[in-house]
Design a protein. Structure first.
Length: 131
């Protein structure tokens, strides 16, 4: 088992090769769009519970499809657990993929955005007294 620190990768094909070989995706302070990318590839996401997020963090259910830890020093224990029990993280990855397929595919996200716009427009009409 090895840890790879790559820096930014913008090529989806290259990124896909990393995810295909990964047991987990670890990002201690950030939980952005990579959360969904990771889940879509069947890789559990590991981050702090208070990571910077645009809301993607809330897709992670601790101990089900990823890991959320509290204190920085806990990351060491999570990584040790990952090396000792990779099958647990493979299960988390399967659950992450199932969650993504059921709830977060792009067309589902677009539908949610469309519904939010419709709702906002209806609220605006109500305020104006339009029907």
């Amino acid at each position: 088992m090895k840890i790879v620190l790559t820096g930014a990768i913008f090529d989806d094909a290259a990124l896909g090769r990393y995810f295909a070989a990964a047991i987990a995706c670890v990002s201690p302070k950030q939980a952005g769009l990579t959360v969904l990318k990771s889940m879509g590839c069947g890789v559990p996401y590991i981050t702090r519970r208070d990571a910077i997020t645009g809301g993607e963090l809330f897709n992670i259910e601790h101990g089900v499809n990823g890991v959320l830890y509290e204190r920085p020093e806990e990351l060491k224990n999570v990584i040790l657990d990952l090396t000792e029990h990779p099958e647990t993280y493979m299960l988390y990855g399967s659950r992450a993929r199932a969650y993504y397929e059921a709830n977060r595919r792009p067309e589902q996200m677009a539908q949610g955005f469309f519904q939010a716009v419709q709702y906002a427009l209806s609220q605006l009409k109500n305020r104006r007294g339009e029907s």
